[in-house]
Design a protein around this ligand. Structure first.
Ligand SMILES: Nc1ncnc2c1ncn2[C@@H]1O[C@H](COP(=O)(O)OP(=O)(O)O)[C@@H](O)[C@H]1O
Ligand SMILES: [Mg+2]
Length: 308
């Protein structure tokens, strides 16, 4: 058994599509997740996140390359891998004819937990995820966000060694999202490992020990959110608007991005007052903020995470 919870090596997936050219969804992804880590795959729509998670969770076979979960090959020995994992698939839904309480309990029993443990874990998950108010309503009567919380609660309640969550907080309100984040943190302090996908930069930053930025089926960069932000080349972001040729005049301060409407300059604190002086003299309005993962993503991928 290797030391990693998950390890992939040159993982490739090519989807054959009828009447159209094949799609290379993964073009050689190598990565690892260590026990107890929370790791995020961050990428735009179509980057390959779901494909990776489906292969890791034994639902799909890779075209080439390898992926191991706790030392077991997910493609060749899926039966060995399954007991270690629990999955919230993208757009997964709870059973419509079950209530959240029944859904969680039934799932835990199906995974082999005893009655008492399953009952206690169910109540704990319902409480943590704020599901108690509608725990006895049929899933079909719940909102999209409430169903998604039920899915996440179900998987969290397993306390499986490795959890895969594909866009876990999609459609949730800010309070529910925070409850989910908190439950993930608790799980990893209890020894579980989490691999999630997200296209929310705040989620990736708040939650993950490390993240992998993926685009077109490739890992472009990995590291902690702090490391990625540092690679932008400055800690402050100044947004300028209201002048022509701004990008040229401010280029000496640091890297400059011009989206046609606004110009963003990445700068270090030492040169901020000089930059603000120039802005004032040029009659340009300037707003200062910290560099975020958004700038890191833009710099690495060359496009914004929400751009289609
Ligand atoms: N079943 C499939 N058949 C053909 N192409 C697919 C299939 N599933 C995904 N793709 C394509 O593979 C690429 C990666 O998709 P996906 O893994 O869903 O990305 P993400 O989850 O990052 O949005 C996309 O170009 C998508 O259109
Ligand atoms: Mg996806």
């Amino acid at each position: 058994m290797t030391g990693e919870a998950l390890r992939s090596d040159a993982l490739r997936k090519v989807y054959a599509t009828r009447g159209a050219p094949p799609v290379e969804a993964l073009a050689g992804v190598s990565m690892e997740v260590r026990p107890g880590e929370r790791v995020a795959l961050l990428g735009r729509n179509g980057a390959g996140k779901t494909t990776f998670l489906r292969i890791a969770s034994t639902l799909l076979r890779p075209t080439s390359g390898t992926i191991e979960v706790f030392g077991h090959d997910a493609a060749r020995a899926p039966d060995k891998v399954r007991p270690y994992i629990a999955v919230v698939p993208q757009e997964g839904k709870p059973f419509f004819h079950l209530t959240p309480r029944e859904q969680i309990y039934t799932y835990l029993r199906a995974r082999g937990l005893g009655r008492e443990t399953a009952k206690a874990r169910t109540e704990e998950a319902l409480g943590r995820m704020g599901l108690l108010d509608f725990a006895d309503r049929l899933a079909i009567t719940l909102s999209g966000g409430q169903r998604q919380r039920t899915m996440v609660a179900t998987v969290v309640a397993t306390q499986a060694p490795l959890l895969f969550l594909d866009e876990p907080t999609i459609g949730m309100d800010p309070f529910a999202r925070r409850a989910v984040w908190e439950s993930f943190r608790t799980l990893t302090t209890r020894g579980s490992t989490i691999l999630l996908t997200t296209h929310y930069l705040d989620e990736a930053e708040a939650l993950s020990h490390r993240l992998y930025i993926i685009e077109s089926g490739r890992v472009l960069r990995s590291g902690t959110a702090e490391e990625l932000k540092r690679s932008v080349g400055g800690t402050l972001k100044v947004t300028l608007s209201g002048g022509n040729g701004l990008a040229e005049s401010f280029r000496s301060f640091g890297s400059v991005m011009d989206d046609g409407e606004q110009v963003t300059v990445i700068v270090n604190p030492e040169r901020l007052s000089e930059l603000m002086d120039l802005a004032l003299r040029s009659r340009v309005s300037a707003t200062v903020g910290p560099v975020t993962l958004e700038e890191a993503f833009l710099r690495v991928v060359g496009r914004s995470i929400n751009e289609d």
